[in-house]
Design a protein around this ligand. Structure first.
Ligand code: CTP
Length: 393
């Protein structure tokens, strides 16, 4: 039985959480309710308990509640945390990592996917503070449903209405069902730039932030895959449940990847430096009149080597960074590298370090243009496609 931890925030829309509970229960989902202090100003714990068939949890340190089920277990024993309605205050506390009541403590302690259904006055929703908090949460992979546009209890009209309980329930069910679509699969992901030393203080590298690769590792792991992330130097937090192997150079990345074989799939997002210094200087290269000439040697092509490896994964996905005639170059690159799918993006459009990405998926069947979306959304869509590949194969 799937489990949802439902956090009800304070707001006039709190009564709609009762409908959400009813709908989730009808889908056979068990619902464990948590209320903030403000939520109790709008609905009673008793109505929530009656519908959920379980007592409401509301205090952080209360001897009887803690001995029955501690807050860390509450946070862990669930497949999804649904915050409905998510008030501006709760969103702000969550974005800033506060843990000043049971609800925010659970949000901080959980490793389950989190889904927010915001509801508030239109001005509060549009306020830059709320928008900045939402951007922060989206970046961390929090799913957001709504809010919708319409007239509100306060008499104003605009964005801020809670999405309908039916839509919220459907989104929750979709997240719950993809939770284990990749269970039992081992997947390797490369990410970030590589660094090729010239001497003890200098190196050749590029602008890759690693964001897209890290988001993909996270999305695959969220679907139950065992994910190994072979990463160059980046400053990103390690997604929950993912194992990371840190490397610096292309050669180290290749060896780290080979050491992970066999895997079911490999997703190669790393921006591997194509060249390294032919001879590495053991000492810092000094200025002595003329600038030194740099002789380069070609690095191994990790994607191409894994694609042609005796232990080739069943699905190999490459990425292509192009600045011109994207489709043409990327289609040729897919064949040259021997990978099954190639995700092409136009890096002339400020992709490095950005949060959005517009990509084209190229497979043997043809090409598919995906609209401009957040890197997290690209990752989700790609992870769903990977899951589909294994279901169909
Ligand atoms: N790649 C790799 N090892 C390399 C170079 C690239 O594994 N030495 C992988 C990347 O991770 C990516 C794909 O190959 O999945 C394409 O990378 P890209 O930089 O677009 O291609 P290049 O091979 O460098 O081709 P070119 O520079 O000619 O566009």
């Amino acid at each position: 039985m799937k489990r949802v931890l439902l956090i009800v925030g304070g707001g006039i829309a709190a009564y709609k959480a009762l409908d959400v509970v009813r709908l989730l229960r009808a889908e056979g989902v068990s619902v464990r309710p948590v209320m903030t202090r403000n939520a109790k100003e709008f609905i009673t714990p008793l109505s929530l308990e009656a519908l959920a068939g379980e007592r409401v949890h509301d205090v952080l340190f209360e001897p009887t509640q803690e001995s029955e089920i501690g807050h860390i277990r509450l946070a862990r024993d669930t497949d999804l945390v649904l915050v409905c309605p998510a008030s501006a205050n709760l969103i702000a506390r969550m974005a800033h990592g506060l843990a000043d009541d049971l609800a925010t403590t659970l949000l901080l302690a959980t490793t389950a996917p989190i889904m927010l259904a915001p509801a508030m006055n239109v001005r509060m929703w549009e306020h830059p503070a709320t928008q900045a908090n939402m951007a922060m949460l989206r970046d961390r992979g929090v799913n957001v449903i709504g809010p919708d546009e319409g007239s509100m209890a306060c008499g104003e009209v605009g964005m801020g209405r809670l999405s309908s309980p039916e839509v919220i329930c459907r989104s929750a069910m979709a997240t719950l069902s993809r939770h284990d679509t990749l269970k039992g699969r081992r997947i390797m992901v490369t990410a970030g730039p590589t660094r090729e030393p010239l001497d003890p203080v200098r190196f050749l590298s590029n602008h890759s932030s690693g964001k897209q690769g890290y988001a993909i590792a996270e999305a695959l792991s969220a679907r139950g895959a065992e994910v190994v992330l072979v990463s160059g130097p980046v400053s990103l937090p390690l997604p929950a449940g993912v194992t990371r192997v840190l490397v610096e150079t292309a050669e180290q990345m290749l060896h780290a990847c080979e050491a992970q074989l066999p895997v079911d799939a490999g997703v190669f997002t790393a921006a591997v430096s194509d060249w390294r210094a032919k001879a590495l200087s053991g000492q810092k290269i000094k200025k002595n009149g003329a600038p030194p000439s740099l002789e380069l040697a070609e690095n191994p092509d990790i994607l191409a080597q894994i694609s042609r490896h005796a232990q080739r994964p069943s699905l190999v996905v490459g990425f292509a960074a192009e600045t011109e005639t994207v489709l043409e170059h990327a289609t040729a690159k897919r064949l040259r590298k021997g990978c099954d799918w190639l995700v092409a993006n136009d890096v002339s459009k400020n992709v490095f370090g950005a949060d959005n990405n517009a990509v084209t998926l190229i497979t043997a069947q043809g090409t598919e243009e995906w609209p401009l979306m957040r890197k997290n959304a690209v990752a989700d869509r790609l992870a769903d496609r990977v899951a589909q590949f294994f279901t169909l194969s």
